[in-house]
Design a protein around this ligand. Structure first.
Ligand SMILES: Cc1ncc(COP(=O)(O)O)c(C=O)c1O
Length: 414
């Protein structure tokens, strides 16, 4: 593969192929730090620069150094695409300006008249895209409990083109058997997996039979809650060509600075994910042993109904824990107000711990009836467990139980 004047590997065409040697030979942490990140040939810059430019000067008409316009391609974005493709052990990636733009980019593989079979308890924004935007373009979705493979098979129609898997699910952390769903696929059908919660550090959907993986890079991949972005990754050159065409044609791209922040964040993914999980296990165990907790959802707990599947399919269980404190919606509301280290904020996957009420915050766009059916009710709280000190996190939760219990007693006495 030739290098451009700046020392970055340049595929002959405008494709965003990741450097294949790095994919094949190096371990995860090495790929995160090295893939797509050769030193700059011209200046020796060890770190991929922020190519904050809209356009690229040509030597003569039609003779470029691999880039002509930053919507079509930008070296900082290219480095990010190579890095993230290699983390999924894949050849191709297309970066988008948000996770939702990446979900939409994945669905650019569909045409009017196509049908999606989607996991029932998926992220609220994806539900909104499928339910409120795609029907306008003649694309319908059937939501199904994908833990039930037979029910998933029964939802397939002659015009089904796409299976949309999200696992672990948001916010109830149910586990979908990716290989079992991929086994339902007929020629011409595609399985796409939203791997945002698990990350490529813990789960490799392409190796389990998915055709496309997407992420909200806003979450663990960038890891510091300071940038919004998305990525679509595949090994299939034809699918990649269609998604890359859409990326350029529609233009929902991340800018160079956002690409840089995501690239920098993803370098430490391995380190961060180990810490997120260590803390999340401690939090899940603490909650499971607490008298004021009605239910805990974490696939790493032996009591989780799909713990065995999670162990088989994932290399670790991630950093999100959901739970229901005893005392219903009022207690949950008081609890979310009482934490000090867990910020009350939507999103997840940053180094800082967050708490949210999925029914009001992340899943606000899902209808109340559907949320009730799925168990996304006002007594449910979701924690994104950060990488602060474990003892501080447990103390914060302990304090919030006490404060919210006291608040309940005061209310009861009124
Ligand atoms: C699982 C999942 N997928 C997709 C998205 C959408 O990503 P973004 O907010 O970056 O558009 C989110 C956002 O919370 C998410 O949790």
């Amino acid at each position: 593969m030739p290098n451009d004047a700046f020392g970055h590997s340049q595929p002959a065409s405008r494709s965003t192929a990741a450097p294949e040697a790095a994919v094949a030979t190096n371990g995860f942490a090495t790929r995160a730090i090295r893939s797509g990140q050769d030193p700059c040939f011209a200046t020796g810059s060890t770190i991929v620069p922020v190519y904050q430019t809209a356009t690229f000067t040509q030597d003569e008409i039609g003779v470029t150094k691999g880039f002509d316009y930053s919507r079509s391609g930008n070296p900082t974005r290219r480095a990010l695409e190579s890095q993230l493709a290699s983390l999924e052990n894949a050849r191709f990636a297309s970066a988008f300006g948000s996770g939702m733009a990446a979900a939409n980019g994945t669905c650019s593989l569909l045409r009017a008249g196509d049908h999606i079979v989607a996991v029932a308890d998926l992220y609220g924004g994806t539900h909104r895209l499928f339910s409120e935007v795609f029907p306008r373009y003649g694309i319908e979705t059937t939501y199904v409990d994908m833990c039930d493979v037979e029910a998933t098979r029964a939802a397939v129609r002659p015009n089904t083109k796409l299976f949309w898997v999200e696992t672990p699910t948001n916010p109830l952390l149910r586990i979908i058997d990716i290989a079992a769903i991929a086994a339902l696929k007929k020629p011409g059908q595609i399985v796409a997996a939203d791997n945002t919660f698990a990350t490529p550090f813990w789960q490799s959907p392409l190796e389990l039979g998915a055709d496309v993986v997407m992420h909200s890079t806003t979450k663990y991949l960038s890891g510091h809650s300071d940038v919004v972005g998305g990525i679509v990754i595949t090994n299939d050159p034809d699918l990649h060509a269609q998604i890359a065409f859409h990326q350029n044609a529609v233009g929902a791209i991340p800018g160079p600075w956002d690409s840089y922040l995501t690239l920098r964040g993803a370098k430490t993914l391995a380190l961060r994910m180990r810490e997120h999980e260590r803390n999340a296990r401690a939090v899940a165990q603490f909650l499971a042993g607490h008298d004021d907790v009605a239910e805990v959802y974490y696939p790493g707990l032996a009591s989780h109904p799909q713990h065995e599947l999670a162990k088989r399919q994932m290399r670790g269980f991630g950093g999100v824990v959901s739970f229901r404190p005893r005392g219903g919606a009022e207690r949950a509301r008081a609890f979310a107000k009482a934490t000090g280290i867990f910020n009350l904020a939507t999103s997840l996957g940053g180094v800082e711990s967050l708490i949210c009420s999925p029914t009001v915050m992340t899943h606000a766009s899902v209808s109340p009836e559907r949320k009730r059916e799925l168990g996304i009710t006002e007594d449910l709280l979701r924690l994104s467990v950060g990488i602060e000190d474990e003892a501080d996190l447990l103390a914060d939760l302990g304090r919030a139980f006490e404060i919210s219990r006291a608040a309940g007693l005061v209310l009861a006495a009124l």
